[in-house]
Each structure stands twice: as C-alpha cells, then as structure tokens.
Design a protein around this ligand. Structure first.
Ligand code: PMP
Ligand code: GLU
Length: 403
C-alpha cells in the first residue's frame, strides 16, 4: 500500500526533536558507541519507593479495570486539594481531569478549543510539542520571541501586540522548558493586566516544573487578579516525582473545558491507567513543604545547574549561558561557533553543532531550532554530576577543534 493514504495533518507534523535525538543516541548506543544523553528532559532519579508501593497495592487490590474517564475520584480530590495547598487556588473535583501525561492534557485542551485558523500565542523559546499540537488541532501558533540577554522574559507590550481578533488562547510555561525561566508574581501581574482587557482569551498555564524552582516561590498566573476563571492549569507527576514512565498528568480549569476534555478522552483513551493513578495519588498527597524527596531533588538539580554553569563558563566560554531559575535545562547561545569548521564539517546552524557534538564528542543535546530559537542549543542536566563533568570534558576538545 502507498503511504499517500496518510493525512495532511500527519504529513505536515514533525517528529518531537527531543524524542528524535534520544532515539538517535539509543541507536548509536546499540552499535556499541557510548553516548552521554543530555537530550531528554527526565529526572535520572527513580520513582520514590512509597509511590511504587502504592502501585503494587493497586494491582493486588485489582484496580485493574477501566478507570473512570476523568480519573479516580480520590485522585481528582487530591489534585484539587494540592491546588489549594500549593497554589491557593480553589478548584472543585469536577474541574480536574486526569490524563496520560501533561502532554495529553495539553492535546485535549487544544483539540477542545481550536477551530481551523484560531490562534494561540506562544512565547519562544517554547517546548517542542506545543507548536505541533496546536497545528494538529487545526490552530495557528503565533510566536513571540524572548531573548537570553533579557533572561527570556516576556514583556506585556509584546503580548498586547500579538493579540488579534482570532486569538483563542495564550500559553505560558513557568518554570519553562527549554529556558528554565521562572516568571515572578510581578511579571505575571503585568501580563494579566494585558489579558484583563481581552476577556475572551483563555490562558493555558503549563506548570509541570513547579517543584523545580531554585530561588523563589512558584506563582501560577491563575492566582493573578481576574485570571482564575479563565485559566487552565496543566501539571503532572512526571518531573516532580521522577514518574515520567507512569504517564499521569492533569488539568484544572473552567468546568466546560474539563467536560470537553473528558468527552474527548472518553472517545480516545478511556482514561489513564488506574495503577498509575494510585501511584500518582500517593505523590500528590505529599506536602512539598515537608517532603524529604522533593527537598533532595531540588537541591540536587540546583547543584547540577551551578556545576554546569561553572564548567561551561570555564571550559566552553564561547557558549553564552544565563542562570536559569528553574527546570533542569540550560539553553546557551552558540552563535560564536557558526561559520567555524574542524576541516571536515562546517557549523552553520545549531543543528549542525548538535550533530557535530553527537558524533565528535558523543554527547546528545537538542538543537534550539526545535524550540523556535535557532541561535541556541538545549542541554538537559537531569543526570549525574559525574556524567555532566564527562560530557563537558568530551565537548571541550571537540569544540576547540572548530576554527
Ligand atoms: N510540558 C513541558 C514543558 C514538558 O517539558 C513536558 C515534558 N515532556 C510536558 C509538558 C509533558 O510531560 P508529561 O507528558 O510527561 O506529563
Ligand atoms: N519534556 C521532555 C523534554 O523536553 C521529555 C520529552 C518530550 O516529551 O518531549 O525533553
């Protein structure tokens, strides 16, 4: 059969660059080449034992039947409680929908609100999947650039200028992937003030890195004046509790959006694995203010961030990095390498540099092009300090060969 059976929707979509790079490094590893993978954003820690125990118990208790489409009541209630406890936001259980990862929560939202041609404002650098998800749902991403020299902040005038009669939603991600940018309450207030003048725009706030905020307190844009009733908050257990493979994420927002997401996933997935939901329940019940695991994890990532910044500034001085306040990525400007060559390969783009480092230094990173920022590359430092140091040591001679 000919592949022209494929839809335009899927032909025009691109593969996730983070997952593609991780696939490529797995392929090289299978050939016996040792690759240090700094391409995927996932904690190297294992899921904490008490969470794993809850999943084992769920199996023994036969929580193995089709789950309620929106998620088990206990979990939805615990998530509503988490919003109150951590974010001072009041949501009813009916406003919460549990899905197969925050990825599906986002896909549900876009598919629920977008008609062909509807616009979603997305600040760049953005997480790779937003743009493709919006396009697959028939929408049009409207990208606003933010810059490293500005610490990747988004100015209210930029938001105002991007709004058009077709704007359906504004997407914000704090702490951000790939920049590590954390929006302060003051910054969020200035954006909320713009949105107040445009009451029909939905705000989608991706807060999956909430617990990875190194220097300050996490603020949700939903807690800014006038925002709660028109914001959908997306979060999950993947990053905070090292639970990427359990595939549990959730959204909370206006009930009509929750109902739309439930209708959609009732047709698409029948809900998320009940076993994973019971594990997620034991994660979200933890109060972060006295969770040993969250304290340890945050401290470890902060130490790794500091280590990487120090090593990059010392050993790879042509990579220009800022100091991200959250998540577990660095997003340095690498334009200093453009136009240089090792005699065999010339580096003209961030993608060229990433491929060069994969083959010459055996370090897997992700090109900034995939995040809407062609001057940068993304380095995930969610791995052990030993491997991080080795990665820099392997990149140093490879980069020094470029003249
Ligand atoms: N949002 C952002 C910004 C992310 O980096 C990720 C990581 N994949 C997700 C959402 C989705 O997370 P998950 O589907 O694992 O919950
Ligand atoms: N969010 C992670 C990343 O950006 C996981 C991979 C993905 O889902 O794209 O690397």
């Amino acid at each position: 059969m000919n592949n022209n059976i494929l839809s335009d929707r899927i032909i025009n979509a691109t593969e996730s660059a983070t997952l593609a790079m991780t696939r490529m490094s797995r392929e090289l590893k299978a050939k016996g080449i040792e690759i240090i993978t700094l391409s995927i954003g996932e904690p190297d820690f294992n899921t904490p034992d008490p969470i794993k125990e809850s999943a084992k118990k769920a199996i023994d208790e036969n929580i193995t039947h089709y789950p309620p489409v929106a998620g088990y009541k206990e979990l939805r209630q615990a998530i509503a409680h988490k919003f109150k406890r951590d974010n001072q936001l009041d949501f009813d259980m009916e406003q919460v929908v549990v899905s197969n990862g925050a990825k599906q929560s986002l896909a549900n939202i876009f598919l629920s609100i977008l008609n062909p041609g509807d616009e979603v404002i997305v600040p760049a650098p953005y997480w790779v999947s937003y743009i493709e998800m919006i396009k697959i749902a028939g929408g049009v991403p409207v990208v606003i650039d933010t810059y490293i020299k500005d610490n990747f902040t988004l100015h209210p005038q930029q938001l105002e200028a991007a709004i058009s009669p077709r704007t359906k939603a504004f997407l914000i991600n704090s702490p951000g992937n790939p920049t590590g940018k954390v929006f302060s309450k003051e910054e969020l207030d200035t954006l909320a003030a713009v949105l107040e003048k445009h009451p029909d725009i939905l705000v989608i706030s991706d807060e999956i890195y909430e617990y990875l905020n190194f220097d300050g307190v996490h603020h949700s844009i939903a807690s800014c004046k006038g925002m709660k009733e028109r914001t959908v908050v997306v979060n999950g257990v993947s990053k905070g509790y090292a639970m990427t493979g359990w595939r549990i994420g959730y959204m909370a927002g206006p009930k009509f959006i929750a109902d739309a997401c439930i209708k959609l996933q009732g047709q698409y997935t029948s809900g998320a694995s009940g076993i994973s939901q019971m594990a997620a329940l034991s994660a979200v019940e933890n109060d972060p203010s006295d969770s040993e695991y969250l304290t340890f994890m945050k401290r470890s990532f902060k130490e790794r961030r500091d280590l990487m910044i120090e090593k990059i500034r010392k050993d790879l001085p042509e990579m220009k990095t800022n100091i991200p306040e959250g998540a577990f990525y660095l997003f340095p400007d690498v334009t200093a390498y453009f136009g240089k060559t090792d005699g065999k390969r010339t580096i003209n783009t961030a993608n060229d540099l990433v491929m060069y480092l994969l083959h010459e230094a055996h370090v897997a990173l992700v090109t900034g092009e995939a995040f809407g920022s062609p001057d940068n590359i993304r380095i995930s430092y969610a791995t052990s300090p030993e491997l991080l140091i080795r990665a820099i040591e392997q990149m140093k001679p490879a980069l020094e060969k470029l003249r």
